[in-house]
Structures are given as C-alpha cells and as structure tokens.
Design a protein around this ligand. Structure first.
Ligand SMILES: NC(=O)c1ccc[n+]([C@@H]2O[C@H](COP(=O)([O-])OP(=O)(O)OC[C@H]3O[C@@H](n4cnc5c(N)ncnc54)[C@H](O)[C@@H]3O)[C@@H](O)[C@H]2O)c1
Ligand SMILES: O=P(O)(O)OC[C@H](O)CO
Length: 338
C-alpha cells in the first residue's frame, strides 16, 4: 500500500481519492476550497463535487505540503491552474516522487502540453499522464473503467499501474506521454463540436463524420508534437472521444449542445461551477497547431465560435464548403479529390 497525494478535489480528484482509498491506500486530498476540506473532514463527503460519494478514510487538507508528502502525487486541478499549483508545490516536492498529470488541456498562454508545464515547474518529478474515457461519477461508483497510464520510465510506470489499478479501474501502460495528453486535450474541443451539431439537429451522420474527421485532426496534431499515431487510437484518444462526443454527461458535449440550441457561452458558463476544459483549450490548440504547421479545421471552427464571435450557421457553412479531399493520408492534409 502507498501514500498517495491528490491535488485538486473537483469531481475527478474526488473520484480518484475514493477509488484509491477503497483500494487500501493512504490518501491525502488537497482542496482549493476550505468548505471542501471541512466537509470531507466533518461529514466524509465533498459538499461541492460528487457529494453523494463517501470518502471515508480520505484525509482532506488545505496544506499542499501534506499532499506532497507521498509516494506519488496525482495532479488534478484544471489545466489552466496547473502551472500556478506546481509553483506552489515546488518547495514541498521530494526528488523522485512521480507527478501523475490528470488534467486534460493545453495551456493558453504558452500552448504547452501539461507535461511540459510540469517538467518546467517540478523538474525533479518523474512524469506520468493518466487519461482516458472516465466520467468521474462512474469511476467513483466503482463501475468498470479502463484508462491509459503513460510514463517514459517503464519501472515507474509499472509501479504506478500497481498502485492505481483495481479490479474495476484498469490502467493500460504506454510510454507515449505526449500521445496520451494530446488525445485528452483535443477530444474536449471535438466534443464541443459534436454537441453543437446535435444541438442544431444536424443528425447522427454529421456527428459520426465529426468524430471520424476529428480523430484525424487529433492524430495530426499528436504526431506533429512527437506522439505515435497508434496511441491516438487507444483509450486516451479514440476511447475518450467516443465517450465525450456522444454523452450529455460530458461538460464539453453539453456546452456544445447548449450553444447549438442558441444559448450564449457566457450564460452557459455562468450556470456551472465545473470546468469545461475544451473552452480554453480550443484557443490553445489553435495556437499549438499554427506553431507546428498543421491544419485542424474542426478545432479552428470551435475556437471561432467560442472566442471570435463567429456565428454557428456561418461556421457550419464554411466547414461544409471546404474542398473535397482523399480520405487516406490524413496525417497530412490529404490530397485534393479533384
Ligand atoms: N470530471 C471528470 O469526469 C474528469 C475525468 C477525467 C479527467 N478530468 C480532468 O480533471 C481535471 C479537473 O477536472 P474536475 O472535473 O475534477 O473539475 P471540476 O469541474 O469538478 O471542479 C473544478 C475544480 O477546479 C478547482 N479550482 C477552481 N479554482 C481554482 C484555482 N484558482 N486553483 C486551483 N484549483 C481551482 C476546484 O477546486 C475544483 O477542483 C480537468 O482537467 C478535467 O478535464 C475530469
Ligand atoms: O465532462 P468532460 O467533457 O470534461 O469529460 C470528462 C472526462 O474527460 C471524460 O473522460
């Protein structure tokens, strides 16, 4: 059994704490909100995120040093807060303790992947990425789930799989860290696109086309960033895209759906406490794609809707007006069909 620090007590940090605590690990869960720390200490439940889940045995804290004093630390704050959180953690970090990145996104200011953010801010931490099709509430309820655990160091990766894995929470090991994290980030943007299509009533054909052409975009960006294409077809890529691009449980899909129905982005965001990572990441992915010289028309369309006041109808019209292309060769832009 290990001592596991979990930094971030939103839905996902709470679900991971519940899972690892039930597996017998000593779990210390750091929360940003004082009421969350007090709620877990006093009542054994997180009052704000997954309040129905019992957290017996989880030690809640507002002290980052307590969470960092562990055999491994899971980083579960939203992507745009991760750098600041790592800076606060740095003075408490013990060299050699693995940092397991559980956030899905690309940093807006730098277009950096989460592993690049953590490598810069916690240089003494071996890195891993935990990413895949995992709605927090289902994991917290112990429903069967599989996930990618990516770590460049095979021995550390195997140790993390042993600690994190249970009969119903099954990590699959890979060394492709960039592939795992690009998948988790881009699928959120694509899920927004799928939600818009459903909200607009454009049909199941359109959604299937978006998922398929979306995975081509995800793969193009991941490979340009140094990932292996096959990683994108695994749990952290296609698996998570299938989940989030077709379920109202997804914050990203449901945000897109509400946009497609005509609601404003400001109103949708004002009505939720939870983070919808694809909103910030849509802009960041556009910056990263431009830097790497790859074209991502669906992601660019989502960024235009969210951040450039583009209308839904003109956005869809422009996507449908793109020239016909050959389907294969999608790691490049594809040859024109005529
Ligand atoms: N919820 C899921 O099903 C799920 C599953 C897998 C991965 N993830 C990823 O995990 C990450 C966290 O998402 P979540 O669903 O747990 O969040 P959430 O939406 O449930 O909660 C929001 C989180 O943001 C935190 N927060 C707010 N302001 C903050 C600040 N200034 N500094 C630090 N933290 C702050 C809150 O404390 C809370 O932990 C995201 O990147 C998400 O994509 C979520
Ligand atoms: O609710 P979403 O859209 O943030 O998705 C949650 C997880 O990333 C699903 O794997």
């Amino acid at each position: 059994m290990a001592r596991i620090g979990i930094v971030g007590a939103g839905a996902w940090g709470t679900a991971l704490a519940a899972t690892m605590s039930r597996a017998g690990h000593d779990c210390v869960l750091w929360a940003h909100e004082t009421e969350v720390v007090e709620g877990i200490r006093d009542n054994g439940h997180n009052p704000l995120f997954l309040p129905e889940i019992a957290l017996n045995g989880v030690a809640a804290t507002g002290d980052l040093a307590a969470a960092a004093d562990a055999d491994a630390v899971l980083l579960v704050v939203p992507a745009q807060f991760l750098r600041a959180q790592c800076r606060r953690l740095r003075s408490h970090w013990k060299a050699g303790v693995p940092a397991v990145i559980c956030a899905k996104g690309v940093e807006t200011d730098s277009f950096a992947a989460m592993s690049e953010v953590v490598a810069a801010e916690l240089p003494e931490a071996p890195l891993a990425v935990l990413s895949g099709p995992t709605f927090a509430v289902e994991v917290a309820r112990g429903l069967p789930t599989a996930i990618t655990l990516a770590c460049a160091d095979a021995a550390i990766g195997r140790q993390l799989v042993d600690w994190i894995g249970t009969a119903s929470f099954r990590p699959y090991l890979t060394d492709d860290v960039i592939g795992a994290e690009v998948g988790g980030a881009v699928k959120n943007v694509l899920a927004i696109a799928c939600g818009v299509v459903e909200g607009q009533g454009l049909g199941d054909n359109a959604r299937a086309s978006l998922i398929t052409r979306g995975i081509a975009e995800l793969m193009r960006l991941a490979v340009a960033k140094g990932a292996r294409a096959e990683t994108c077809m695994g749990l952290s890529g296609l698996g998570d895209l299938i989940l989030t691009a077709s379920s109202q449980q997804s914050r990203n899909y449901s945000l897109g759906f509400a946009l497609g129905e005509g609601k404003s982005l400001a109103d949708i965001l004002a009505s939720r406490r939870s983070v919808t990572e694809g909103v910030a990441t849509a802009a960041a992915v556009g910056g990263l794609a431009a830097k790497l010289g790859v074209e991502l028309p669906i992601c660019a369309a989502v960024a235009g809707l969210l951040h450039q006041s583009r209308g839904i109808e003109e956005t869809i019209r422009d996507l449908l007006a793109r020239p016909f292309r050959h389907e294969l060769g999608f790691l490049g832009e594809g040859r024109p069909a005529t």
